[in-house]
Ligand binder design. Structure first.
Ligand code: OGA
Ligand code: NI
Length: 366
């Protein structure tokens, strides 16, 4: 947008005073060497992460996908169904994404965030409708308190529609990220089949509800934070999409809400963390819950996480599966297009109220 470009030029002009407000948090942290969290990142006392109350010894299930294509398939499907119902989160191993693909993705993300400020700022935008953009916090146009995060967001399916927008620096960015996206998509499709089956639906039921399908990803960069008790990388939220496949580096930070307690999900090399998003909650008519999760920061180490958000295309009509609706269990949600849901989600600024509440059969605001 025009106005963005003007602000941007003003911000990076070498003639400006050195304490100009920076667009990206990483540059504030690395260049301005701050030793306190600026006031607009500080949460009110009642909303702080309370890090000493987090559980570290309860974790989410780890499911081995190896048997999905053996006569033991039904056992794995059952495990996935139970994890979706009881946790909304699980980890997977033997997921079919090669270790080299994962390593290349993580390395290229690390290299991207180390590029000089003016190079990274070429993709900067605070407009959430842009399909490729580097930004900061969550949605700086709507939020009151900022989050300790920079992120590069990309659309990645169909790949040929978006790849030309992606950064070309580092040089192998497009190759490595495209390879990762294709592989992550393969895993998403396998999981969506298993989830369909676990709900007693036909194996391809959910796949058929997604229109032309969509896939987005974020490269999240959380710089070290001088006062991690005062702020978040991302505050508690649910994901709006269908399922999320999260790759994280070796630095802990993800926490999941379980029975009213925040539980840390510490990294296990070469596994992915899978979570149910709002669209599965709708399709399953509340059998599976899209669970609150958050990212906290720490004072020592930067952290990179790379979620793949698998989703319907904008025109896909989503609603509870008719097989899961009965007189005893009436439809909880009305039908809507994913585009409508997506726009509402981004405009609300990660407010504490659940976006799903705006799409219930009984909601008047919808
Ligand atoms: C997200 C998210 C968690 C993390 O990007 O939606 O939940 O650990 N990220 O970065
Ligand atoms: Ni999330």
């Amino acid at each position: 947008m025009e106005t963005d470009r003007h602000t941007l030029e003003a911000q990076i002009s070498p003639t400006m005073a050195t304490n100009t407000k920076r667009l990206l948090l990483s540059d504030l942290v690395s260049s301005d060497k701050i030793d306190q969290v600026p006031s607009h990142y500080i949460r009110p006392i009642s909303q702080r992460p309370n890090l000493q109350n987090v559980y570290h010894d309860h974790t989410i299930p780890l499911i081995d996908l190896h048997d999905l294509y053996t006569p033991n398939r039904s056992h794995v499907v059952h495990q996935i169904g139970r994890a979706c119902r009881d946790y909304g989160f699980f980890q997977v191993k033997n997921h079919g994404v090669p270790e080299s693909t994962i390593a290349n993705m993580m390395n290229i993300a690390r290299e991207f965030f180390k590029l000089p400020e003016e190079e990274r700022l070429k993709t900067y935008s605070d407009d959430p409708t842009k399909t490729t953009r580097l930004s900061t916090s969550f949605n700086i146009r709507t939020e009151k308190v900022a989050n300790w995060r920079d992120f590069l967001r990309l659309h990645c399916h169909p790949l040929q529609d978006y790849i030309h927008e992606w950064p070309t620096n580092p040089e192998s960015f497009r190759d490595h990220v495209a390879e990762y996206c294709r592989s992550a998509r393969g895993l998403a499709l396998v999981l969506i089949e298993a989830i369909s089956e676990s709900l007693g639906l036909e194996r391809d039921y959910i796949n058929r509800q997604l229109g032309n399908h969509g896939q987005h990803m974020a490269l999240n960069y959380y710089p070290p934070c001088p006062q991690p008790d005062l702020t978040y990388g991302l505050p508690g939220h649910t994901d709006l999409n269908l399922i999320t496949i999260l790759l994280q580096d070796e630095v802990p930070g993800l926490q999941v809400l379980r029975n009213g307690h925040w539980v840390a999900v510490d990294p296990v090399p070469n596994t992915f963390i899978i979570n149910i998003g709002d669209q599965i909650q709708v399709l399953s008519n509340d059998r599976y819950k899209s669970v609150l999760h958050r990212a906290v920061v720490n004072c020592e180490k930067e952290r990179i996480s790379i979620p793949t958000f698998y989703c319907p295309s904008r025109d896909a009509v989503i609603g509870p599966a008719s097989e899961l609706v009965s007189e005893d269990e009436p439809a909880v949600y009305r039908q809507f297009t994913y585009g409508e849901y997506y726009d509402k989600f981004w405009n609300r600024g990660l407010a504490t109220e659940n976006c799903l509440d705006m799409f219930t059969v009984t909601s008047s605001s919808s």
